[in-house]
Design a protein around this ligand. Structure first.
Ligand code: SF4
Ligand code: SF4
Length: 465
């Protein structure tokens, strides 16, 4: 199976850069990253980043944060995504802004399908086999979800004591390595850690959509009832693990596909069991934190224009599930990274221009919301200078996942060149963004998916490293 669906030759590409016909020596003078093509193609192996990725200080991601303004989100007054709607109960509390209620059950209205029809003239819309595939890929998403405290209905997680031993002991570094290998074995792609301190604690929501607060207390065990959810202060780390959307299918899918959530749901049960069995707290933090902000802080990805999904230099926008677990296991925190993505997004609007629901910002980074509607209702997280999703319009159609310039897997040399070049100089960024679709890395005709060689179990091998 080809990992490179180019309609443009490599020579044409280099010509576009103004580099065709020059040797490496000359090229190096123009773009220093071409000094070392071996390094250029070096993969991100566990925690060894490619040379063009820089680590930043803790609590200092590439998105600028004003910690005096940044505050814990009140979920009874903020819609952060139509997949997790506010409920009628909230409305009954009287705490919900009346104008927010109309956005509670936002659904895709077919604009994503129309988009594909316009892009591919022979495409007629989803066939029975398309609908069957999309439905079947989510059919196994029926496992009971772990509760806030990490219990899973119908599953007994053995304690070390029940096995006649004591909890697992390792250094913070060893424990991070242990979790990484275990989580990758279960199907995660990346594992990173954010330490909970006075600043990063602000990334936890103030309350649930029902209004019950998330409180940090000096207690031994987490708890949850209707009045509050309690996180013990001794649990100092958030482990974030990413699971991929179906890397190949997502670009062909005619309409929303949630197979990445289905896969992530399975991994979620695995990782909760593993951490509990090792003797540590495993608090499910998916409903009390925001994935984009934890991603930026832990260095698993960068904040980007796509804003509903953080962007990874190695996997682009294909992290569909971003699991978060709070634990007391001693762990070595990982640092935010700078691969130049936030800078690249300033000129690149590929995902925004391909959003069928006009849900993405086209402007520069800003402290407020680009959508006048959401700005008027203050429906956003304040205190960071970046991009914000138009929550009131986005039905989670997935197009922005399949179209990012940083998608492309690890074997596509052209993406290594793009990633390396943009990290050093922005002068080619517009060119790279424009070339993306021509190289075949944007959306593809859904009908063609049925005739090409598909990867086993949803993931192209170039993404599995
Ligand atoms: S922001 Fe992404 S998921 Fe939302 S409508 Fe646009 S392309 Fe679809
Ligand atoms: S497609 Fe372009 S603008 Fe969108 S997230 Fe990727 S790099 Fe940024």
């Amino acid at each position: 199976m080809s990992s490179f669906h180019s309609t443009v030759s490599r020579r044409d590409f280099m010509k576009g850069l103004g580099l065709a016909g020059v040797g490496l020596g000359t090229t190096a003078a123009i773009a220093p990253m071409f000094h070392d093509l071996d390094e250029l193609t070096a993969s991100d192996s566990q925690f060894k980043h490619p040379w063009y990725v820089k680590e930043r200080e803790y609590n200092d991601p590439t998105v600028e944060i004003d910690w005096n303004v940044f505050e814990r989100v009140d979920r009874t007054r903020t819609v952060l995504g139509s997949r997790f709607p506010l409920t009628a109960t909230n409305a009954a509390h009287g705490s919900l802004h009346p104008e927010l209620a109309q956005y509670i059950k936002l659904k895709a209205d077919g604009r994503d399908i129309q988009y594909m029809k316009e892009k591919f003239s022979t495409y007629q819309g989803p066939s029975l086999r398309d609908q069957s595939l999309a439905g079947a890929s989510s059919a196994s998403d029926k496992l009971p979800s772990p509760s806030f405290t990490g219990t899973i209905s119908g599953v007994t997680i053995p304690t070390p004591e029940s096995r006649g031993t004591t909890k697992w002991q390792g250094t913070p570094e060893e424990n991070l390595q242990t979790l990484t290998n275990a989580f990758k074995f279960f199907g995660a792609t990346r594992v990173r850690v954010m330490e909970i301190d006075d600043k990063s604690r602000k990334l936890f929501h103030k309350n649930s959509t029902s209004g019950a607060p998330f409180n940090f207390k000096d207690v031994d065990q987490p708890s949850e009832d209707k009045s509050e959810s309690v996180i013990p202060n001794k649990a100092k780390y958030v482990v974030m693990y990413s699971c991929l959307e179906a890397t190949d299918y997502v670009r062909h899918a005619p309409a929303p596909t949630y197979s990445g959530y289905c896969h992530g749901h399975k991994v979620q049960a695995n990782v909760h069991y593993f951490m509990g069995s090792m003797g540590y707290l495993h608090i499910e933090a998916g409903n009390c934190t925001n994935s984009d902000s934890v991603a930026a802080m832990s260095g698993i990805a960068e904040h980007s224009r796509s804003s509903m999904v953080a962007t990874s230099y190695s996997h682009g926008n294909l992290f569909r599930w971003m699991g978060r677990i709070v634990t007391d296991m001693p762990l070595a925190p990982t640092k935010p990274v700078d691969a130049g993505i936030a800078r690249f997004c300033v000129k690149c609007m590929t995902c925004a221009s391909m959003c069928p629901y006009e849900s993405m910002p086209f402007g520069d980074k800003r402290w407020d919301h680009e959508s006048p509607e959401e700005e008027r209702l203050k429906n956003y997280v304040p205190g960071y200078k970046g991009w914000r999703l138009f929550n009131f319009r986005c039905p989670r159609c997935k197009n922005c996942h399949g179209t990012c310039v940083f998608n492309g897997g690890n074997e596509a040399l052209i993406h290594q060149i793009v990633r390396g070049t943009q990290s050093v100089t922005p002068i080619f960024n517009s060119f790279f963004a424009n070339m993306h679709d021509a190289f075949g890395f944007g959306t593809r005709n859904p009908d063609e998916w049925w005739t090409h060689d598909v990867p086993t179990f949803q993931f192209d091998k170039t993404y599995l490293y």
